[in-house]
Design a protein around this ligand. Sequence first.
Ligand code: OFO
Length: 170
Amino acid sequence: MLMKKIEDICNRQVEREGYSSNLYLSMASWAENNGLSGVAGWIYSQSDEERIHMLKFIKYINERGGKAVMPALKKPAADFKSVEDVFKEVLKHEEFITASINEIVALTLEEKDFNTHNFLQWFVMEQVEEETSVRIVLDKLRLVGKNNMYEFDRDILSLRKPASTAGAIT
Ligand code: OFO
């Protein structure tokens, strides 16, 4: 049975993963409207992954005898200055999510909830992968140059990690 404070902080993460998914949908839609189908594809896939992360928390909370709460999600921004700004914002958001996951890990250690601690290890590794993949995109963007957006957009999907590591619900 989940401790109430662990249940609450996991529900907070349900909301954060759900918001991540929504935020990335908004960014992908912006890219699509600006003729950047590759960038849009990369970010739509990221949005799908965030929804899976949210589901993982929902299922874990319920399976451990808690009650997952479906959150109201804050409306994300609809307009962005540039592709570089979008990916800088993705990185900033992922760093926030990493800190959020680490906070839950710390609480599980404090409360000696080793089951939840174990559940969270997948997320700890996932955040390392996600931050790295966004940094790679930003590096490529600097290399290709903002004036060569056609090539960047054409090639960006080759930078996506394979779906097998994207994290299906188990
Ligand atoms: Fe990209 O964050 Fe979920 O966990």
